[in-house]
Ligand binder design. Structure first.
Ligand SMILES: Cc1cc2nc3c(=O)[nH]c(=O)nc-3n(C[C@H](O)[C@H](O)[C@H](O)COP(=O)(O)OP(=O)(O)OC[C@H]3O[C@@H](n4cnc5c(N)ncnc54)[C@H](O)[C@@H]3O)c2cc1C
Length: 319
């Protein structure tokens, strides 16, 4: 029988977001034979593909080191081979209550769901900007917020901005093929000791207590002007990579009727349940005391959330 919305098929679970959390949820849902749809606003892979595809991940168990792009490809392949239906470029705009189920609405159509899993990470996020002259004009012409593939770095002078783990790791990748400097506004890095140690042993030139004054060039970046110890000077650069954090945009969550934490993330219980019946959440989109935003935790939460959704949908005798 057709529902009010004219859609016949009903998924056991519709997963919103195809980052590590959403893809892992898909893997667990299919192992329970749940009919699974994953809707992704952009391309599959989440932050791994959109922010740091070239970076190595050294803290995902089972891999001493794995390139972010490769881990994403593996998660994608596993979810797809298990039978998840995955749709890219389909951004969820509403989660409505249907007759007996939930209706997930996108600009391309509506999907009936017995349960919904919100795994939208940082939502419609944007990399933080330095906010100095030349940045916007030269963006895409030498000013970048992600590290290009190694082949594109060869022969270029790279200046990395940032003091965290990912800035250091990207500087080390760049250093393996080309002349690289890292600029940080503080006297110490805010990163794991192992990364700082690797940086010290590398050829990366570290400019501490330094801030950027401007990005300079005509059609493309030619140099960056820095200020350090009250002195201003130019550093030649073909590529300036800015890695100073991300601005999350979680406006969608407010429209979906989900109870949020004071920090604007989804409030979840121990089962990764939300205030809405049949709606679960996991990954960077959620917050709770002790939350640690990492791939492994996003995947762990996805396993719990999927188990909860399974119990909600299938109501097994043992649950
Ligand atoms: C530079 C950097 C380096 C990092 N390095 C590491 C590391 O080495 N190790 C580690 O463990 N962690 C690392 N992290 C953290 C890790 O990337 C995150 O914790 C992880 O990606 C969270 O996964 P997620 O699936 O919750 O969210 P995300 O990866 O953000 O994926 C969410 C997905 O949801 C989609 N989406 C958003 N809104 C909608 C919508 N309305 N409809 C449909 N889809 C939507 C997004 O497009 C995105 O693809 C790093 C983070 C950054 C920024």
């Amino acid at each position: 029988m057709e529902s009010l919305y004219g859609i016949k098929m009903c998924y056991d679970i519709v997963i919103i977001g195809a980052g590590p959390a959403g893809l892992t949820a898909g893997i667990f849902a299919r192992s329970k034979m749940m009919k699974t749809l994953i809707l992704e606003a952009g391309r599959v892979g989440g932050q791994l593909m959109s922010l740091y595809p070239e970076k190595g991940i050294h803290n995902y168990p089972g891999f001493e080191s794995v390139q972010a792009r490769k881990l994403s490809d593996r998660l994608y392949a596993q979810a797809e081979s298990l039978g998840c239906e995955i749709r890219e470029n389909e951004k969820v705009v509403e989660i409505n209550d249907g007759d007996e189920e939930l209706i997930v609405v996108t600009p391309k159509g509506s999907h009936r769901a017995r349960s919904v899993l919100v795994a939208i990470g940082m939502g419609d996020f944007r990399p933080k900007k330095m906010g100095c002259p030349g940045e916007d004009r030269l963006s895409g012409r030498g000013v970048s917020y992600i590290l290009p593939v190694k082949e594109e770095l060869v022969g270029k002078k790279v200046v990395m901005f940032g003091g965290g783990n990912s800035a250091i790791e990207m500087a080390l990748i760049s250093d393996s093929v080309t002349d690289t400097a890292i600029v940080h506004r503080r006297p110490e890095f805010r990163a794991d000791e192992s990364n700082v140690d690797s940086l010290r042993k590398s050829n990366v030139r570290a400019l501490m207590n330094a801030s950027v004054v401007s990005f300079n060039g005509g059609d493309a970046v030619e140099s960056v002007t820095l200020e350090q110890d009250g002195k201003t000077f130019d550093v030649p650069a073909d590529l300036a990579v800015i890695n100073i954090g991300i601005d999350a945009n979680m406006d969608d969550l407010k429209k979906w009727g989900l109870e949020l934490t004071p920090g604007g993330l989804v409030k979840v219980d121990v089962n990764m349940g939300t205030n809405r019946n049949g709606v679960f959440a996991c990954g960077d989109a959620v917050d709770y005391p002790g939350k640690y935003k990492q791939i492994i935790t996003a995947c762990g939460e996805a396993a719990t959330a999927t188990q909860s959704a399974y119990k909600f949908v299938k109501k097994p005798y043992w649950a």
